[in-house]
Design a protein around this ligand. Structure first.
Ligand SMILES: [Zn+2]
Length: 91
């Protein structure tokens, strides 16, 4: 296999064909158009970056909220509820 040649493998007959071929010259089948291999420069999709950033913000925010909630709840549990003592006082 020669890597310098701009070829690809036919998905049907596994023969080496031209990378822009629309029809395989060996098995005569229609080939899917080339999408990725012909583009040397690929920008990182900004949608993914934005999605990851938003997910990170949501996760960190949820973590902070959960920590605050647990701390508040711990305070509730450790602090004994104040009973109205007037009712239990012996007369
Ligand atoms: Zn083929």
């Amino acid at each position: 296999m020669v890597n310098g040649m701009r070829t690809r493998i036919c998905p049907f007959c596994k023969e080496d064909i031209h990378f822009q071929a629309l029809v395989c010259r060996y098995c005569r089948r229609d080939l899917p158009p080339v999408t990725q291999s012909t583009q040397p420069r690929r920008k990182p999709s900004s949608a993914w970056v934005a999605a990851i950033a938003v997910a990170g913000i949501i996760v960190s925010g949820a973590a902070v909220l959960a920590a605050e909630f647990l701390r508040e709840r711990k305070n509730w549990l450790t602090e004994p509820p104040r009973r109205p003592e007037s009712q239990n006082q012996p007369d």
